[in-house]
Design a protein. Structure first.
Lengths: 105, 410
C-alpha cells in the first residue's frame, strides 16, 4: 500500500500502483502517477483518453478495447501507443485510476 | 511432569476440508503423508526467504490441521504455482495441487487482486475482457484489412466447419495489442493450412484455475470443447500461453472431459511447419541477441502432467529464426518462474514479485540478451514488469513476433 498527497487529500494506491478508490481520481492524481511512469507531461490528449477510459469503466466495469478507444478519441492506434509508452493497457488503466486490470496485462 | 508441548494426534484432528479434498484426489501424490520434510521444496522455491512461509511449512501445517491459517495466508496467492517444488520432491508430492485446492476453499470475494473477476468475465462472456462478439470480429477484420495491404491473398473465414485449426487467442491481443494478431495471421497464412478464427470461446487462458474457482475452470473448458466439436475441428491451435494450455489439458483430466480433438500449443505447430518446409524463414531479420524463457506451465508442469511440452520445439524455432540465440541458465524444466505465474501478475503482491523476480532478472542479465523470447503472454508481461522495475534494457517478445518477422512470404 502507498499514498499520494494531492492538494491535501490522501489518495491510496495498492502495491501494483492502482488506485484503491476509483472516485479519488483527478487530473492532478493522474499527473502524479504519470511522473512515476516517466511521462513528463500530461497533455489534453492524454486527459481525453483517460476520461474516455474512466467513462467506459464507470458504465461497464472493465477497460475499453483500444479499437473503441481510438474511435471515440479520434486518434490513431500509433498515437495511443506513443502517448502511453507502448502500454495502452496497464499503464493507461493505472493513470486513469482504474482499480484493477483483468487477464494477462 | 511439566509439559513443554502437547502431542497432536493426527487421527483426531477434526474439520479438515482441505485434507479431505486432497483425500478425494485420485493421484497418490496428492497425499501429503508422503512428505519426508527433507526441505528440497523450499530450497528451490523462488518465494523462499520473502516471508516465514515456504512449501514445506504449508504441507506440514495442512498435515497438522492448521488449514484455516493456510487457506487465509497471502502465501497461497503469492505462490506462482511454478511447481519447482513438486518437480524436485523425492516423493513426488503434488504441492501445486495442494495450493490450488487451498485456493478453492477461499470465499470468492476474498481472492486477492483481479483473478476471480477475470474468471467471472470469462465465464459470462467467453473472454477475460468482456469483449463482445461484434467487437471481437470487428478487431479481427480490422487487422486483416491492414495486413491485406501487403498480402492481398491473406484471408481466413470465421467459424469454418471442418477447418484444420481452431485458433485461440489471449484476449489481451484484441483488447490492447491487436497488431500482434497480424503476426499470427501471417504465420498461419505462410503455413498454408486451413484455419479459422472462432467467433466465440476463442479465449486461450484460464484464470479460474488461478483463482481456485474449479467450477468456472470446468465450465469454460466445456464451453470451448462444445464449440470446437460443433465446428467439427480436430485441432485447437492453442495460443502462446503456459497456464491456458496446461489448464486445458490438466482440466480435461481433472474433470473427466474427453474431447474428440487434439490441443496443440502454437510453439509445437511452428516447429512442425518449419520441419515440414511449409514455412520459409530468414534468420538475418532477427540479428539481436535473443534468449528463451521456458514457461513453467508449458515446460516443467506439462512434463509432470504427461502432456506434450514446448521445450525442444521453442528452441528449434529460435535456432531457425534468429541469428544469435543464447540459452539462459537454468533452463527447460529447471527454469525459474517469470515472477508472474499462478495469477501473481494481477494478485497485488508486487513486492513479492519483485523479490523473486530478481532471480529472473539476474538470469537474463547473464545472457547479455537484448530480447527475451516468452512463448507465454503472462510470462511476457511479468518479465516486462520486472525489467521496468529493475531498469533493464532487455525486452520480452513472443515467439510469433520473431517468427513473423523472419517469414519469407511471396
Amino acid at each position: 500500500m502507498s499514498y499520494l498527497n494531492i492538494k491535501g487529500k490522501t489518495v491510496e494506491m495498492n502495491d501494483e500502483g492502482f488506485l484503491v478508490e476509483f472516485d479519488q481520481w483527478s487530473p492532478e492524481v493522474a499527473e502524479s502517477l504519470a511522473a512515476q511512469e516517466e511521462i513528463p507531461e500530461l497533455t489534453d490528449e492524454h486527459l481525453r483518453v483517460l476520461q474516455t477510459i474512466r467513462d467506459y469503466y464507470r458504465e461497464f466495469q472493465v477497460a475499453p478495447m483500444v479499437h473503441l478507444l481510438v474511435k471515440e478519441c479520434g486518434i490513431t492506434f500509433r498515437d495511443l501507443h506513443n502517448l502511453f509508452h507502448k502500454q495502452p493497457g496497464k499503464r493507461a488503466a493505472r493513470l486513469a485510476g482504474l482499480p484493477e486490470t483483468t487477464g494477462c496485462v | 511432569m511439566s509439559t513443554i508441548a502437547t502431542p497432536i494426534k493426527l487421527s483426531e484432528i477434526e474439520n479438515t476440508p482441505l485434507r479431505d479434498l486432497l483425500g478425494q484426489d485420485t493421484c497418490w501424490q496428492a497425499d501429503l503423508n508422503y512428505c519426508m520434510s527433507c526441505g528440497k521444496c523450499l530450497s528451490v522455491c523462488p518465494l523462499h526467504g520473502y516471508s516465514e512461509w515456504d512449501p514445506r511449512r504449508v504441507v506440514k501445517m495442512v498435515m497438522l490441521g492448521l488449514e484455516e491459517e493456510v487457506i487465509n495466508a497471502d502465501f497461497i496467492y503469492q505462490c506462482t504455482t511454478c511447481e519447482r517444488c513438486s518437480y524436485v520432491c523425492p516423493m513426488g508430492v503434488k504441492i501445486g495441487n495442494m495450493i490450488t485446492r487451498a485456493r478453492s476453499l477461499r470465499d470468492r470475494d476474498q481472492v486477492p487482486g483481479g483473478s476471480q473477476k477475470t474468471a467471472d468475465l470469462h465465464r459470462s462472456t467467453g473472454n477475460n475482457m468482456q469483449i463482445s462478439t461484434e467487437d471481437w470480429l470487428d478487431t479481427v477484420d480490422w487487422m486483416k484489412e491492414e495486413v491485406q495491404d501487403d498480402y492481398p491473398d491473406l484471408d481466413f473465414p470465421i467459424d469454418l466447419k471442418g477447418a484444420d485449426y481452431f485458433v485461440t487467442i489471449n484476449s489481451k491481443l484484441p483488447q490492447y495489442y491487436p497488431m500482434d494478431l497480424q503476426c499470427i495471421y501471417k504465420v498461419f497464412h505462410a503455413a498454408g493450412v486451413s484455419w479459422t478464427m472462432p467467433s466465440t470461446w476463442w479465449e486461450g487462458t484460464n484464470y479460474a484455475m488461478f483463482s481456485g474457482d474449479l467450477d468456472t475452470w470446468e465450465y469454460t473448458l466445456r464451453q470451448q470443447v462444445k464449440r470446437v466439436e460443433e465446428l467439427g475441428i480436430k485441432r485447437i491451435a492453442y495460443t502462446e500461453c503456459g497456464h491456458g494450455y496446461y489448464a486445458t489439458l490438466a482440466g480435461y483430466e481433472r474433470f473427466g472431459i474427453e474431447p474428440n480433438f487434439e490441443v496443440v500449443h502454437k510453439a509445437n505447430l511452428y516447429a512442425q511447419w518449419l520441419r515440414e518446409g511449409r514455412i520459409e524463414v530468414d534468420p538475418s531479420r532477427n540479428p539481436q541477441r535473443v534468449t528463451l524463457h521456458d514457461p513453467c506451465n508449458a515446460g516443467r508442469k506439462a512434463i509432470m502432467g504427461g502432456y506434450p511440452d514446448i521445450l525442444d520445439d521453442s528452441r528449434y524455432v529460435l535456432e531457425r529464426v534468429c541469428e544469435n540465440f543464447v540459452e539462459m541458465w537454468p533452463n527447460r524444466e529447471y527454469n525459474y518462474c517469470c515472477s508472474g505465474g499462478g495469477g501473481a501478475l494481477i494478485s497485488g503482491f508486487k513486492k513479492a514479485r519483485n523479490y523473486y523476480g530478481k532471480m529472473k532478472v539476474d538470469q537474463i542479465d547473464r545472457t547479455g540478451a537484448d530480447l527475451v523470447c516468452t512463448p507465454c503472454v503472462n510470462c511476457h508481461d511479468a518479465i516486462e514488469d520486472i525489467g521496468k522495475e529493475y531498469e533493464r534494457p532487455w525486452k520480452p517478445i513472443h515467439l510469433w513476433g520473431l517468427l513473423a518477422n523472419a517469414l519469407v512470404l511471396d
